[in-house]
Design a protein around this ligand. Structure first.
Ligand code: NAD
Length: 245
Protein backbone atom coordinates (compact mmCIF):
# COMPACT_ATOMS: atom_id res chain seq x y z
CA UNK A 1 0.00 0.00 0.00
CA UNK A 2 1.33 3.43 -0.98
CA UNK A 3 1.41 6.14 1.69
CA UNK A 4 -0.49 9.26 0.58
CA UNK A 5 -1.06 10.73 4.04
CA UNK A 6 -1.37 14.52 4.01
CA UNK A 7 -2.24 14.55 0.29
CA UNK A 8 -5.50 15.64 -1.32
CA UNK A 9 -6.58 13.98 -4.56
CA UNK A 10 -9.22 15.17 -7.04
CA UNK A 11 -10.70 12.45 -9.25
CA UNK A 12 -13.03 13.15 -12.17
CA UNK A 13 -15.56 10.56 -13.29
CA UNK A 14 -15.42 9.36 -9.67
CA UNK A 15 -18.90 7.82 -9.83
CA UNK A 16 -17.97 5.34 -12.58
CA UNK A 17 -16.36 1.89 -12.42
CA UNK A 18 -12.70 2.90 -12.56
CA UNK A 19 -13.02 6.35 -10.94
CA UNK A 20 -14.78 4.97 -7.90
CA UNK A 21 -12.12 2.31 -7.35
CA UNK A 22 -9.32 4.86 -7.79
CA UNK A 23 -11.00 7.17 -5.25
CA UNK A 24 -11.32 4.43 -2.64
CA UNK A 25 -7.76 3.20 -3.28
CA UNK A 26 -6.28 6.69 -2.79
CA UNK A 27 -8.39 7.12 0.38
CA UNK A 28 -7.15 3.75 1.69
CA UNK A 29 -3.64 5.06 1.08
CA UNK A 30 -4.39 8.05 3.33
CA UNK A 31 -5.39 10.84 0.91
CA UNK A 32 -8.34 13.18 1.38
CA UNK A 33 -10.58 13.02 -1.67
CA UNK A 34 -12.47 15.41 -3.96
CA UNK A 35 -15.00 13.43 -6.00
CA UNK A 36 -16.19 14.98 -9.27
CA UNK A 37 -18.81 13.50 -11.58
CA UNK A 38 -21.79 14.77 -13.52
CA UNK A 39 -23.82 11.81 -12.26
CA UNK A 40 -25.46 11.95 -8.80
CA UNK A 41 -24.11 8.37 -8.26
CA UNK A 42 -20.94 10.04 -7.05
CA UNK A 43 -22.62 10.69 -3.68
CA UNK A 44 -22.48 6.92 -2.96
CA UNK A 45 -18.69 6.96 -3.11
CA UNK A 46 -18.47 9.63 -0.42
CA UNK A 47 -19.66 7.22 2.31
CA UNK A 48 -16.97 4.70 1.34
CA UNK A 49 -14.22 7.34 1.48
CA UNK A 50 -15.43 8.77 4.80
CA UNK A 51 -15.67 5.30 6.36
CA UNK A 52 -11.91 5.07 5.77
CA UNK A 53 -11.44 8.15 7.98
CA UNK A 54 -10.58 10.55 5.14
CA UNK A 55 -12.12 13.93 4.41
CA UNK A 56 -14.25 13.97 1.28
CA UNK A 57 -15.90 16.63 -0.88
CA UNK A 58 -18.37 15.80 -3.63
CA UNK A 59 -19.09 17.93 -6.69
CA UNK A 60 -21.76 17.10 -9.23
CA UNK A 61 -20.06 18.92 -12.11
CA UNK A 62 -19.52 18.61 -15.85
CA UNK A 63 -15.84 18.65 -16.86
CA UNK A 64 -16.77 20.38 -20.14
CA UNK A 65 -17.89 23.51 -18.24
CA UNK A 66 -14.69 25.56 -17.87
CA UNK A 67 -16.15 28.21 -15.55
CA UNK A 68 -17.96 25.76 -13.27
CA UNK A 69 -14.81 23.65 -12.93
CA UNK A 70 -12.74 26.71 -12.04
CA UNK A 71 -15.19 27.69 -9.29
CA UNK A 72 -15.32 24.10 -8.02
CA UNK A 73 -11.52 23.77 -7.77
CA UNK A 74 -11.24 27.13 -5.95
CA UNK A 75 -13.83 26.02 -3.41
CA UNK A 76 -12.13 22.61 -2.92
CA UNK A 77 -8.75 24.29 -2.36
CA UNK A 78 -10.32 26.72 0.10
CA UNK A 79 -11.89 23.89 2.06
CA UNK A 80 -9.10 21.29 2.02
CA UNK A 81 -6.04 23.55 1.72
CA UNK A 82 -4.72 22.26 -1.58
CA UNK A 83 -4.86 19.65 -4.32
CA UNK A 84 -1.75 17.51 -4.68
CA UNK A 85 -3.02 14.76 -6.99
CA UNK A 86 -5.28 15.14 -10.03
CA UNK A 87 -6.68 12.06 -11.78
CA UNK A 88 -8.31 12.99 -15.11
CA UNK A 89 -10.49 9.92 -15.41
CA UNK A 90 -13.90 11.12 -16.72
CA UNK A 91 -14.45 9.76 -20.21
CA UNK A 92 -17.20 8.63 -22.56
CA UNK A 93 -17.60 6.58 -25.71
CA UNK A 94 -20.04 7.21 -28.57
CA UNK A 95 -19.04 4.44 -30.94
CA UNK A 96 -19.90 4.33 -34.63
CA UNK A 97 -18.07 3.34 -37.79
CA UNK A 98 -16.43 6.42 -39.27
CA UNK A 99 -18.65 6.38 -42.37
CA UNK A 100 -21.69 6.69 -40.10
CA UNK A 101 -20.22 8.85 -37.38
CA UNK A 102 -22.18 12.05 -36.86
CA UNK A 103 -20.36 15.34 -36.23
CA UNK A 104 -22.08 15.48 -32.81
CA UNK A 105 -20.62 12.07 -31.87
CA UNK A 106 -17.17 13.30 -32.82
CA UNK A 107 -17.51 16.64 -30.98
CA UNK A 108 -19.09 15.28 -27.81
CA UNK A 109 -16.34 12.72 -27.23
CA UNK A 110 -13.62 15.30 -27.93
CA UNK A 111 -15.32 17.73 -25.59
CA UNK A 112 -15.50 15.38 -22.59
CA UNK A 113 -12.34 13.30 -23.05
CA UNK A 114 -9.96 16.03 -24.21
CA UNK A 115 -11.40 19.50 -23.48
CA UNK A 116 -12.49 18.17 -20.07
CA UNK A 117 -8.87 17.28 -19.27
CA UNK A 118 -7.78 20.77 -20.36
CA UNK A 119 -10.43 22.44 -18.17
CA UNK A 120 -9.72 20.53 -14.97
CA UNK A 121 -5.94 20.63 -15.37
CA UNK A 122 -6.04 24.40 -16.05
CA UNK A 123 -7.86 24.94 -12.76
CA UNK A 124 -5.64 22.61 -10.70
CA UNK A 125 -2.26 23.58 -12.12
CA UNK A 126 -2.25 26.99 -10.35
CA UNK A 127 -2.31 25.66 -6.78
CA UNK A 128 0.20 22.96 -7.81
CA UNK A 129 2.64 25.51 -9.23
CA UNK A 130 2.20 27.65 -6.11
CA UNK A 131 3.09 24.75 -3.81
CA UNK A 132 5.80 23.52 -6.23
CA UNK A 133 4.44 19.97 -6.06
CA UNK A 134 1.79 17.94 -7.81
CA UNK A 135 0.99 14.70 -9.56
CA UNK A 136 -1.25 14.71 -12.61
CA UNK A 137 -2.42 11.34 -13.91
CA UNK A 138 -4.45 11.10 -17.12
CA UNK A 139 -6.46 8.01 -18.00
CA UNK A 140 -5.74 7.18 -21.64
CA UNK A 141 -6.57 3.79 -23.23
CA UNK A 142 -4.97 0.92 -25.11
CA UNK A 143 -7.06 1.92 -28.15
CA UNK A 144 -5.23 5.26 -28.29
CA UNK A 145 -2.21 3.15 -29.28
CA UNK A 146 -3.73 0.20 -31.17
CA UNK A 147 -6.75 1.91 -32.78
CA UNK A 148 -10.16 0.25 -32.75
CA UNK A 149 -12.88 0.07 -35.40
CA UNK A 150 -15.91 2.13 -34.41
CA UNK A 151 -13.84 4.31 -32.10
CA UNK A 152 -12.16 6.90 -34.32
CA UNK A 153 -13.49 9.63 -32.02
CA UNK A 154 -12.65 7.90 -28.72
CA UNK A 155 -9.22 6.59 -29.72
CA UNK A 156 -8.26 10.03 -31.11
CA UNK A 157 -8.90 11.56 -27.69
CA UNK A 158 -6.95 8.84 -25.93
CA UNK A 159 -3.90 9.30 -28.23
CA UNK A 160 -4.20 13.06 -27.77
CA UNK A 161 -3.76 12.55 -24.03
CA UNK A 162 -0.31 11.13 -24.77
CA UNK A 163 0.78 14.41 -26.38
CA UNK A 164 -0.89 16.35 -23.59
CA UNK A 165 0.89 14.29 -20.91
CA UNK A 166 4.32 14.47 -22.50
CA UNK A 167 4.18 18.19 -23.37
CA UNK A 168 2.84 19.31 -20.00
CA UNK A 169 5.42 17.12 -18.23
CA UNK A 170 8.14 19.10 -20.03
CA UNK A 171 6.56 22.43 -19.09
CA UNK A 172 6.00 21.85 -15.38
CA UNK A 173 8.78 19.46 -14.36
CA UNK A 174 10.88 22.34 -13.04
CA UNK A 175 7.97 23.26 -10.73
CA UNK A 176 8.03 19.85 -9.03
CA UNK A 177 4.97 18.57 -10.89
CA UNK A 178 4.89 15.18 -12.60
CA UNK A 179 2.45 14.36 -15.41
CA UNK A 180 1.87 10.75 -16.41
CA UNK A 181 -0.84 8.63 -17.97
CA UNK A 182 -2.22 5.17 -17.38
CA UNK A 183 -3.43 3.36 -20.50
CA UNK A 184 -5.88 0.64 -19.43
CA UNK A 185 -6.64 -2.33 -21.64
CA UNK A 186 -10.11 -3.87 -21.48
CA UNK A 187 -11.38 -3.40 -17.94
CA UNK A 188 -14.54 -4.96 -16.60
CA UNK A 189 -16.83 -1.91 -16.09
CA UNK A 190 -20.13 -0.59 -17.47
CA UNK A 191 -18.18 0.71 -20.49
CA UNK A 192 -17.07 -2.79 -21.56
CA UNK A 193 -20.18 -4.61 -20.31
CA UNK A 194 -21.93 -2.80 -23.17
CA UNK A 195 -19.98 -5.08 -25.60
CA UNK A 196 -21.81 -8.24 -26.71
CA UNK A 197 -20.53 -11.73 -25.87
CA UNK A 198 -18.80 -12.36 -29.19
CA UNK A 199 -17.01 -8.98 -29.06
CA UNK A 200 -15.80 -9.85 -25.54
CA UNK A 201 -14.64 -13.28 -26.77
CA UNK A 202 -12.56 -11.71 -29.58
CA UNK A 203 -10.97 -9.30 -27.10
CA UNK A 204 -10.13 -12.05 -24.59
CA UNK A 205 -8.23 -13.94 -27.32
CA UNK A 206 -5.94 -10.91 -27.68
CA UNK A 207 -4.99 -10.75 -24.00
CA UNK A 208 -1.96 -12.89 -23.08
CA UNK A 209 -2.96 -12.92 -19.40
CA UNK A 210 -6.30 -14.42 -20.48
CA UNK A 211 -8.66 -12.16 -18.55
CA UNK A 212 -10.14 -8.69 -18.63
CA UNK A 213 -8.57 -6.32 -16.16
CA UNK A 214 -10.48 -5.08 -13.18
CA UNK A 215 -10.72 -1.54 -11.88
CA UNK A 216 -8.38 -2.46 -9.02
CA UNK A 217 -5.57 -3.10 -11.56
CA UNK A 218 -5.92 0.51 -12.76
CA UNK A 219 -6.28 1.95 -9.26
CA UNK A 220 -3.02 0.25 -8.19
CA UNK A 221 -1.16 1.87 -11.12
CA UNK A 222 -2.64 5.28 -10.30
CA UNK A 223 -1.74 4.95 -6.60
CA UNK A 224 1.83 4.15 -7.59
CA UNK A 225 2.14 7.16 -9.93
CA UNK A 226 0.63 9.36 -7.19
CA UNK A 227 3.14 8.17 -4.59
CA UNK A 228 6.56 9.51 -3.68
CA UNK A 229 8.00 6.20 -4.91
CA UNK A 230 7.20 7.47 -8.45
CA UNK A 231 8.79 10.91 -7.90
CA UNK A 232 11.32 10.50 -10.73
CA UNK A 233 8.76 9.33 -13.29
CA UNK A 234 7.22 11.94 -15.58
CA UNK A 235 5.98 12.12 -19.17
CA UNK A 236 5.41 8.37 -19.10
CA UNK A 237 2.53 6.15 -20.13
CA UNK A 238 2.00 3.13 -17.90
CA UNK A 239 0.27 0.37 -19.91
CA UNK A 240 -2.00 -1.82 -17.78
CA UNK A 241 -3.50 -4.22 -20.31
CA UNK A 242 -2.59 -7.83 -19.54
CA UNK A 243 -0.06 -7.75 -22.38
CA UNK A 244 -2.60 -7.11 -25.17
CA UNK A 245 -0.53 -4.23 -26.55
P1 NAD B 1 -17.67 4.63 -16.67
O1 NAD B 1 -18.62 4.95 -17.76
O2 NAD B 1 -18.01 3.55 -15.70
O3 NAD B 1 -17.35 5.96 -15.81
C1 NAD B 1 -17.10 7.21 -16.39
C2 NAD B 1 -17.62 8.26 -15.42
O4 NAD B 1 -17.36 9.56 -15.99
C3 NAD B 1 -19.13 8.18 -15.18
O5 NAD B 1 -19.41 8.15 -13.79
C4 NAD B 1 -19.68 9.42 -15.85
O6 NAD B 1 -20.83 9.96 -15.19
C5 NAD B 1 -18.49 10.37 -15.76
N1 NAD B 1 -18.58 11.42 -16.76
C6 NAD B 1 -18.88 11.28 -18.07
N2 NAD B 1 -18.91 12.47 -18.66
C7 NAD B 1 -18.63 13.40 -17.70
C8 NAD B 1 -18.53 14.80 -17.70
N3 NAD B 1 -18.74 15.51 -18.81
N4 NAD B 1 -18.22 15.43 -16.54
C9 NAD B 1 -18.03 14.73 -15.40
N5 NAD B 1 -18.12 13.39 -15.35
C10 NAD B 1 -18.41 12.73 -16.49
O7 NAD B 1 -16.29 4.34 -17.38
P2 NAD B 1 -14.98 3.63 -16.83
O8 NAD B 1 -14.87 2.33 -17.51
O9 NAD B 1 -14.90 3.71 -15.35
O10 NAD B 1 -13.86 4.58 -17.49
C11 NAD B 1 -13.08 5.52 -16.77
C12 NAD B 1 -11.96 6.02 -17.66
O11 NAD B 1 -11.15 4.92 -18.07
C13 NAD B 1 -12.45 6.68 -18.95
O12 NAD B 1 -11.64 7.79 -19.26
C14 NAD B 1 -12.27 5.59 -19.98
O13 NAD B 1 -12.11 6.12 -21.26
C15 NAD B 1 -11.01 4.92 -19.47
N6 NAD B 1 -10.83 3.56 -19.96
C16 NAD B 1 -11.74 2.58 -19.65
C17 NAD B 1 -11.52 1.29 -20.13
C18 NAD B 1 -12.45 0.15 -19.83
O14 NAD B 1 -12.22 -0.94 -20.35
N7 NAD B 1 -13.47 0.32 -19.01
C19 NAD B 1 -10.41 1.02 -20.92
C20 NAD B 1 -9.52 2.04 -21.20
C21 NAD B 1 -9.74 3.32 -20.71
Amino acid sequence: MMNLEGQTALITGAGGGIGRTISVKLAESGADIVLVDMSPDVAEVRGEVESLGQKCLTFEADVTDFDAIDVMVKSAVEELGSIHILVNNAGITQDNLFMRMKPEQWSKVIDVNLNGVFNVTKAVIRPMVKQRAGKIINISSVVGFSGNPGQVNYSSTKSALVGFTKSLAREVGARGITVNAVAPGFIDTAMTQALNESQQEVILQQIPLGRMGDAEDIANAVAFLASKEASYITGTILHVNGGMY
